[in-house]
Write a protein that binds this ligand. Structure first.
Ligand code: TA6
Length: 300
Protein backbone atom coordinates (compact mmCIF):
# COMPACT_ATOMS: atom_id res chain seq x y z
CA UNK A 1 0.00 0.00 0.00
CA UNK A 2 1.05 3.63 -0.32
CA UNK A 3 1.30 6.08 2.50
CA UNK A 4 3.08 9.25 3.49
CA UNK A 5 2.88 10.89 0.09
CA UNK A 6 3.13 7.73 -1.91
CA UNK A 7 5.94 6.01 -0.02
CA UNK A 8 5.39 2.24 -0.12
CA UNK A 9 4.27 0.55 3.03
CA UNK A 10 4.11 -3.21 3.61
CA UNK A 11 1.28 -4.73 5.64
CA UNK A 12 1.96 -7.95 7.57
CA UNK A 13 -0.97 -9.98 8.86
CA UNK A 14 -1.30 -13.21 10.83
CA UNK A 15 -4.17 -15.74 10.63
CA UNK A 16 -5.75 -14.39 13.83
CA UNK A 17 -6.02 -10.87 12.44
CA UNK A 18 -3.06 -9.20 14.10
CA UNK A 19 -1.16 -6.85 11.80
CA UNK A 20 1.93 -4.68 11.42
CA UNK A 21 2.90 -2.01 8.93
CA UNK A 22 6.41 -1.14 7.78
CA UNK A 23 7.25 1.95 5.73
CA UNK A 24 10.05 1.94 3.20
CA UNK A 25 10.79 5.40 4.60
CA UNK A 26 13.40 4.62 7.24
CA UNK A 27 12.42 0.95 7.41
CA UNK A 28 10.13 2.25 10.14
CA UNK A 29 7.47 0.06 11.72
CA UNK A 30 4.51 2.46 11.85
CA UNK A 31 1.85 0.20 13.30
CA UNK A 32 1.52 -3.03 15.31
CA UNK A 33 -2.00 -4.15 16.14
CA UNK A 34 -3.22 -7.12 18.20
CA UNK A 35 -5.95 -9.45 17.00
CA UNK A 36 -8.56 -7.17 18.57
CA UNK A 37 -7.26 -4.46 16.25
CA UNK A 38 -5.83 -2.37 19.12
CA UNK A 39 -2.81 -0.25 18.14
CA UNK A 40 0.11 -1.15 20.42
CA UNK A 41 2.58 1.49 19.21
CA UNK A 42 2.25 5.24 19.76
CA UNK A 43 2.29 7.67 16.84
CA UNK A 44 1.81 11.35 17.55
CA UNK A 45 -1.35 12.91 16.16
CA UNK A 46 0.96 15.73 15.06
CA UNK A 47 3.52 13.46 13.37
CA UNK A 48 4.63 15.00 10.10
CA UNK A 49 6.08 13.31 7.06
CA UNK A 50 8.64 15.86 5.99
CA UNK A 51 11.86 14.20 4.81
CA UNK A 52 14.53 14.32 5.99
CA UNK A 53 12.77 14.45 9.36
CA UNK A 54 11.80 11.27 11.17
CA UNK A 55 8.11 10.52 11.74
CA UNK A 56 7.24 10.74 15.45
CA UNK A 57 6.18 7.30 16.56
CA UNK A 58 6.30 3.60 15.71
CA UNK A 59 9.84 2.18 15.78
CA UNK A 60 12.38 4.47 14.05
CA UNK A 61 15.78 2.81 13.51
CA UNK A 62 18.58 4.87 15.07
CA UNK A 63 21.71 4.06 13.02
CA UNK A 64 24.71 4.56 12.68
CA UNK A 65 24.55 6.89 15.66
CA UNK A 66 22.25 7.09 18.68
CA UNK A 67 21.49 10.58 20.01
CA UNK A 68 23.75 13.45 19.11
CA UNK A 69 26.95 11.97 20.48
CA UNK A 70 28.72 12.10 17.14
CA UNK A 71 29.13 14.05 13.92
CA UNK A 72 25.85 12.98 12.34
CA UNK A 73 22.33 14.33 12.72
CA UNK A 74 20.40 13.19 15.83
CA UNK A 75 19.96 9.40 15.73
CA UNK A 76 21.81 9.01 12.42
CA UNK A 77 20.41 8.98 8.89
CA UNK A 78 18.99 5.45 8.36
CA UNK A 79 15.52 6.44 9.62
CA UNK A 80 15.28 9.30 7.13
CA UNK A 81 16.18 7.40 3.96
CA UNK A 82 14.19 5.26 1.55
CA UNK A 83 14.87 1.53 1.99
CA UNK A 84 14.16 -1.14 -0.60
CA UNK A 85 12.45 -4.50 -0.43
CA UNK A 86 15.18 -7.15 -0.36
CA UNK A 87 14.18 -9.97 -2.68
CA UNK A 88 17.21 -12.18 -2.10
CA UNK A 89 18.06 -11.65 1.54
CA UNK A 90 20.53 -14.22 2.93
CA UNK A 91 18.39 -16.77 4.80
CA UNK A 92 17.75 -16.52 8.52
CA UNK A 93 17.15 -19.54 10.76
CA UNK A 94 13.87 -21.43 10.23
CA UNK A 95 12.57 -20.14 13.58
CA UNK A 96 12.76 -16.65 12.10
CA UNK A 97 10.61 -17.56 9.12
CA UNK A 98 8.36 -20.56 9.82
CA UNK A 99 4.75 -19.62 10.51
CA UNK A 100 5.55 -15.91 10.28
CA UNK A 101 4.41 -13.11 8.04
CA UNK A 102 7.59 -11.17 7.27
CA UNK A 103 9.27 -8.65 5.01
CA UNK A 104 12.99 -8.15 4.34
CA UNK A 105 14.25 -4.61 3.74
CA UNK A 106 17.67 -3.42 2.63
CA UNK A 107 19.45 -0.11 3.17
CA UNK A 108 22.81 0.70 1.56
CA UNK A 109 24.45 4.11 1.86
CA UNK A 110 24.13 6.55 -1.05
CA UNK A 111 27.04 8.71 -2.25
CA UNK A 112 25.59 11.47 -0.06
CA UNK A 113 25.49 9.18 2.98
CA UNK A 114 29.09 8.09 2.36
CA UNK A 115 30.14 11.75 2.39
CA UNK A 116 28.96 12.17 5.95
CA UNK A 117 29.75 8.61 7.09
CA UNK A 118 32.50 7.10 4.90
CA UNK A 119 31.83 3.41 5.64
CA UNK A 120 30.07 1.12 3.20
CA UNK A 121 27.70 -1.33 4.80
CA UNK A 122 24.65 -3.40 4.00
CA UNK A 123 21.83 -3.11 6.53
CA UNK A 124 19.22 -5.84 6.24
CA UNK A 125 16.09 -5.57 8.36
CA UNK A 126 13.57 -8.36 8.78
CA UNK A 127 10.24 -7.41 10.35
CA UNK A 128 8.03 -10.39 11.18
CA UNK A 129 4.68 -11.04 12.81
CA UNK A 130 4.23 -14.42 14.49
CA UNK A 131 1.05 -16.48 14.86
CA UNK A 132 0.80 -15.29 18.50
CA UNK A 133 0.91 -11.65 17.37
CA UNK A 134 4.45 -10.95 18.60
CA UNK A 135 6.54 -8.60 16.46
CA UNK A 136 10.21 -9.34 15.79
CA UNK A 137 12.79 -7.00 14.23
CA UNK A 138 16.14 -8.45 13.18
CA UNK A 139 18.83 -6.06 12.00
CA UNK A 140 21.92 -7.38 10.27
CA UNK A 141 24.65 -4.82 9.56
CA UNK A 142 27.59 -6.02 7.49
CA UNK A 143 30.86 -4.18 6.86
CA UNK A 144 31.42 -4.47 3.11
CA UNK A 145 34.42 -2.21 2.67
CA UNK A 146 38.09 -2.35 3.48
CA UNK A 147 38.11 -0.59 6.82
CA UNK A 148 36.73 -1.40 10.30
CA UNK A 149 33.97 0.91 11.53
CA UNK A 150 31.94 1.44 14.72
CA UNK A 151 28.32 2.44 15.20
CA UNK A 152 25.69 2.83 17.88
CA UNK A 153 22.13 1.63 17.39
CA UNK A 154 18.63 1.68 18.88
CA UNK A 155 15.16 0.42 17.99
CA UNK A 156 13.45 3.65 19.11
CA UNK A 157 10.25 1.93 20.25
CA UNK A 158 7.25 4.17 21.05
CA UNK A 159 4.94 1.99 23.15
CA UNK A 160 1.31 3.07 23.49
CA UNK A 161 0.25 3.27 27.17
CA UNK A 162 -3.04 4.35 28.73
CA UNK A 163 -1.59 6.62 31.43
CA UNK A 164 2.17 7.03 31.99
CA UNK A 165 1.59 7.56 35.74
CA UNK A 166 0.18 4.00 35.88
CA UNK A 167 3.10 2.36 34.07
CA UNK A 168 6.13 0.61 35.52
CA UNK A 169 9.14 -1.13 34.05
CA UNK A 170 10.50 -4.33 35.57
CA UNK A 171 13.87 -5.83 34.78
CA UNK A 172 16.08 -2.75 35.08
CA UNK A 173 16.38 -2.74 38.88
CA UNK A 174 19.87 -2.25 40.37
CA UNK A 175 21.35 -1.38 36.96
CA UNK A 176 23.61 1.58 36.28
CA UNK A 177 22.31 4.16 33.82
CA UNK A 178 23.53 7.27 32.03
CA UNK A 179 21.18 10.17 32.68
CA UNK A 180 20.71 12.36 29.61
CA UNK A 181 19.16 15.00 31.87
CA UNK A 182 22.37 15.32 33.86
CA UNK A 183 25.01 15.40 31.15
CA UNK A 184 24.99 11.62 30.76
CA UNK A 185 26.30 11.23 34.32
CA UNK A 186 26.23 7.64 35.59
CA UNK A 187 23.84 6.64 38.40
CA UNK A 188 22.61 3.36 39.89
CA UNK A 189 18.90 2.50 39.83
CA UNK A 190 17.71 2.17 43.43
CA UNK A 191 14.03 1.50 42.87
CA UNK A 192 12.37 -1.90 42.71
CA UNK A 193 10.60 -0.90 39.47
CA UNK A 194 10.80 2.25 37.38
CA UNK A 195 7.74 4.49 37.64
CA UNK A 196 7.15 7.89 36.08
CA UNK A 197 6.41 11.27 37.64
CA UNK A 198 8.53 13.52 35.42
CA UNK A 199 10.76 13.60 32.34
CA UNK A 200 13.01 10.53 32.04
CA UNK A 201 15.80 10.16 29.49
CA UNK A 202 18.22 7.38 30.41
CA UNK A 203 20.39 4.66 28.93
CA UNK A 204 20.37 1.59 31.20
CA UNK A 205 23.63 -0.32 30.82
CA UNK A 206 24.10 -4.08 30.35
CA UNK A 207 20.41 -4.73 30.83
CA UNK A 208 18.93 -8.25 31.02
CA UNK A 209 17.55 -9.58 27.75
CA UNK A 210 13.96 -9.55 29.01
CA UNK A 211 12.28 -6.34 30.23
CA UNK A 212 8.58 -5.91 31.07
CA UNK A 213 6.54 -2.72 30.73
CA UNK A 214 3.34 -3.02 32.75
CA UNK A 215 0.37 -0.84 31.82
CA UNK A 216 -1.75 -1.16 34.92
CA UNK A 217 -4.89 0.51 33.63
CA UNK A 218 -5.10 -1.52 30.41
CA UNK A 219 -4.06 -4.73 32.24
CA UNK A 220 -1.43 -5.17 29.51
CA UNK A 221 2.25 -6.08 29.78
CA UNK A 222 4.72 -5.49 26.96
CA UNK A 223 7.46 -8.10 27.10
CA UNK A 224 10.63 -6.91 25.36
CA UNK A 225 13.19 -9.59 24.52
CA UNK A 226 16.48 -8.58 22.93
CA UNK A 227 19.75 -10.09 21.66
CA UNK A 228 22.86 -8.20 20.68
CA UNK A 229 21.42 -5.08 22.31
CA UNK A 230 23.07 -4.66 25.73
CA UNK A 231 21.45 -1.35 26.66
CA UNK A 232 17.88 -0.11 27.19
CA UNK A 233 16.85 3.51 26.56
CA UNK A 234 13.92 4.79 28.63
CA UNK A 235 12.43 8.11 27.52
CA UNK A 236 9.38 10.13 28.32
CA UNK A 237 9.59 13.87 27.47
CA UNK A 238 6.88 14.87 30.01
CA UNK A 239 4.98 18.12 29.68
CA UNK A 240 7.59 20.83 29.13
CA UNK A 241 9.58 18.95 26.45
CA UNK A 242 6.33 17.85 24.76
CA UNK A 243 5.28 21.46 24.35
CA UNK A 244 8.66 22.21 22.73
CA UNK A 245 8.21 19.55 20.02
CA UNK A 246 6.16 20.69 16.99
CA UNK A 247 5.38 17.08 16.02
CA UNK A 248 4.17 16.05 19.46
CA UNK A 249 0.87 16.92 21.17
CA UNK A 250 1.10 18.83 24.46
CA UNK A 251 -0.52 16.03 26.47
CA UNK A 252 0.61 13.05 24.40
CA UNK A 253 3.44 12.23 26.82
CA UNK A 254 0.74 10.63 28.97
CA UNK A 255 0.07 7.96 26.34
CA UNK A 256 3.59 6.93 25.33
CA UNK A 257 6.82 5.52 26.64
CA UNK A 258 9.98 4.80 24.68
CA UNK A 259 11.76 1.63 25.81
CA UNK A 260 14.46 0.94 23.23
CA UNK A 261 16.66 -2.11 22.80
CA UNK A 262 19.98 -0.47 22.00
CA UNK A 263 23.76 -0.75 21.65
CA UNK A 264 25.02 2.63 22.81
CA UNK A 265 27.51 2.62 25.72
CA UNK A 266 29.90 0.32 23.86
CA UNK A 267 29.55 1.01 20.11
CA UNK A 268 29.61 -2.03 17.84
CA UNK A 269 32.86 -2.41 15.87
CA UNK A 270 32.89 -4.44 12.65
CA UNK A 271 35.96 -5.60 10.79
CA UNK A 272 35.67 -5.89 6.98
CA UNK A 273 33.23 -8.67 6.11
CA UNK A 274 31.97 -8.98 9.67
CA UNK A 275 28.24 -8.83 10.42
CA UNK A 276 26.36 -7.74 13.57
CA UNK A 277 22.85 -8.92 14.44
CA UNK A 278 20.48 -7.04 16.74
CA UNK A 279 17.21 -8.78 17.49
CA UNK A 280 14.14 -7.41 19.26
CA UNK A 281 10.95 -9.34 20.01
CA UNK A 282 7.91 -7.46 21.30
CA UNK A 283 4.81 -9.13 22.70
CA UNK A 284 1.78 -7.72 24.47
CA UNK A 285 0.26 -10.08 27.04
CA UNK A 286 -2.66 -9.63 29.44
CA UNK A 287 -1.29 -8.41 32.77
CA UNK A 288 -3.26 -11.03 34.60
CA UNK A 289 0.12 -12.73 34.54
CA UNK A 290 1.89 -11.37 37.58
CA UNK A 291 5.36 -10.30 36.51
CA UNK A 292 6.99 -13.29 38.23
CA UNK A 293 5.38 -15.49 35.54
CA UNK A 294 7.35 -13.59 32.92
CA UNK A 295 10.51 -15.25 34.26
CA UNK A 296 12.46 -12.00 33.81
CA UNK A 297 16.08 -13.09 33.50
CA UNK A 298 18.75 -11.70 35.72
CA UNK A 299 16.46 -10.09 38.24
CA UNK A 300 18.02 -9.62 41.66
O1 TA6 B 1 16.79 9.20 24.69
C1 TA6 B 1 15.91 9.33 23.66
C2 TA6 B 1 16.21 10.59 22.87
O2 TA6 B 1 17.56 10.70 22.57
C3 TA6 B 1 15.72 11.83 23.64
O3 TA6 B 1 16.79 12.61 24.13
C4 TA6 B 1 14.90 12.56 22.58
O4 TA6 B 1 15.72 13.39 21.81
C5 TA6 B 1 14.36 11.37 21.79
O5 TA6 B 1 15.47 10.52 21.65
C6 TA6 B 1 13.70 11.73 20.50
O6 TA6 B 1 14.63 12.05 19.53
P1 TA6 B 1 14.08 12.50 18.08
O7 TA6 B 1 15.29 12.85 17.27
O8 TA6 B 1 13.33 11.32 17.52
O9 TA6 B 1 13.16 13.65 18.35
Amino acid sequence: TKDWNGIDKVVLRNPRGASARVSLYGGQVTSWRNEQGEELLFTSSKAIFKPPKAVRGGIPICFPQFGNCGSLEQHGFARNKIWTIDENSPPLSPKDSQGKSFIDLLFKPSEEDLKCWPHSFEFRLRVSLAADGSLTLISRVRNVNGKPFSFSFAYHTYLSVSDISEVRIEGLETLDYLDNLCGKERFTEQGDAITFESEVDRVYLSAPNVVAVLDHERKRTYVIKKEGLPDVVVWNPWEKKSKAMADFGDDEYKQMLCVDGAAIAKPVTLKPGEEWTGRLELSAVPSTFCSENLDLQGRG
